[in-house]
Design a protein around this ligand. Structure first.
Ligand code: 0X9
Ligand code: ZN
Length: 421
């Protein structure tokens, strides 16, 4: 799909923030082949938000000047959001986060939970990780990978328990591979906060998990895209990579992992597509940094569990994405733990997360994180979790009142997972 191409409204005001006033979000029930539908949609300028599950429906955002053309395509367009601009207003202002006070040699207080009352700019996420580390000085380090295309760090925090750092197998969490999936970073940060809080509170399960596993947590692995969603286009997905002789910007980092990279149907060779895979496996600096980091872990203490946190759709996706018949050799075990995690999530706020292999449960994806983490990095559990909500409930754009409930439901989910490791 020629998403976010240099067409009139987007291009002439490249420096200004794109307004989504008057954009409508439609759900199109797919009655034929997904490829044909996508092909047809590429003739209008729209933003592909999500193909929902099994490619049976597509969610697209259509700017006001394309509405007529969209209707003329001949599909039944079911309106799920009447005015995206209004929904965006409900994301609310960013409340300024004030760094916690620190005294040399003394553990600082944990950051205030009011951090989760709003979304935050990139720098405040880094400050939050710095503050978590200051509150847990003997059992954590901040670290950064990168740099990204535009020179930013991929900020991370490493947590360990009683046996010291870097010895135990790893649990790895990534957030914000897709720039517009704003609920991802604060959800990951909340569950990180809870690990630290409950370890300090001597909760026996959390003490045991941290004594047996090291955590490597990177809430924002696509920092350039993330900053771009704040400054220019809220619904930007990819990184911000430019390439010689290409006009379109950005590679989908979740199609760029060097595993089953260009399997037909799972990604796009078109630089203008939102699922553009790049020109070669792992040719984005962000994926190169993540691959190097995870290979270090895989070749050292090993990776027990990997979760890549995305939105939206309420899904727990297991390998594989590249092929709908291939299943991981420990499929039964991943499925059984995944089902338990979904029940734990549902027990908090009643939301039902569906569990299953990516390709059959959602759609085919090639070069995606979980296939790589399972096949190459040897993660026993390798999941992509699509957080709340559904398209009709806002999709990528949901009020900040969702952050704490999302955090709480996934804290319950990961606690169940911990109990099964
Ligand atoms: O398309 C994607 O990359 C993911 N969906 S999203 O709406 N967040 O963009 C799904 C990826 C599924 N692949 C893996 N499970 N690895
Ligand atoms: Zn995503």
């Amino acid at each position: 799909m020629r998403t976010l191409l240099c067409f009139s409204i987007f291009c002439s005001f490249a420096a200004a923030k794109l307004s989504y006033n008057g954009f409508k979000v439609f759900r199109i029930e797919n009655k034929g082949s997904a490829e044909e539908l996508e092909q047809s949609l590429s003739s209008i300028n729209s933003i592909l938000l999500s193909k929902d599950p099994n490619s049976e429906a597509f969610d697209i955002a259509v700017p006001p000047d394309q509405l007529q053309a969209a209707h003329q395509l001949g599909f039944e367009l079911n309106t799920v959001i009447d005015d995206l601009g209004t929904v965006l207003e409900n994301e609310g202002p960013f409340l300024t986060y004030i760094a916690t006070e620190k005294t040399q040699g003394v553990a600082a207080d944990l950051p205030p939970l009011s951090y989760f009352d709003s979304y935050h700019p990139y720098d405040e996420h880094i400050q939050f990780l710095t503050d978590l580390q200051a509150a847990f000085p003997n059992n954590s380090d901040t670290f950064s990978l990168g740099p990204s295309v535009e020179g930013r760090e991929l900020p991370g925090i490493h947590l360990w328990g009683g046996t010291g750092k870097g010895v135990k197998p790893a649990i790895v969490w990534h957030g914000t591979a897709h720039a517009r999936e704003w609920i991802s970073a604060p959800t990951v940060e909340y569950i990180t906060y809870k690990v630290i809080e409950e370890y300090q509170g001597e909760d026996s399960e959390i003490v045991s998990i941290l004594d047996n596993y090291d955590f490597y947590i990177l809430p924002i692995v696509n920092p350039d895209g993330f900053v771009y969603t704040h400054e220019s286009e809220r619904l930007w997905r990819k990184n911000r990579q430019t390439r010689d002789s290409q006009t379109c910007i950005g590679t989908d980092v979740n199609r760029n992992w060097p595993s089953h990279w260009n399997v037909s149907g799972g990604s796009s060779p078109d630089p203008c597509s939102n699922t553009y895979r790049g020109e070669a496996p792992g040719d984005t600096p962000e994926i190169q940094a993540l691959v190097a980091h995870m290979l270090d872990l895989a070749n050292g203490p090993g990776i027990k569990a990997y979760i890549d946190w995305h939105s939206y759709g309420k899904l727990i996706l297991l390998p594989y994405g590249y092929n709908c018949t291939a299943l991981p050799d420990n499929y039964e075990r991943q499925m059984s733990v995944g089902t338990g995690v979904a029940s734990a999530i549902a027990s908090v706020n009643g939301l039902e997360f569906r569990v299953g292999p990516t390709c059959t449960n959602l759609y085919q994806t090639a070069g995606s994180s979980t296939d790589w983490a399972f096949d190459v990095a040897g993660a026993e559990f390798s999941w992509l979790i699509e957080l709340r909500p559904t398209a009709a409930e806002g999709g990528f754009v949901i009020p900040p009142e969702n952050i704490l409930p999302s955090g709480a439901e996934h804290w319950a989910g990961v606690k169940y997972m911990f109990s099964q490791l």
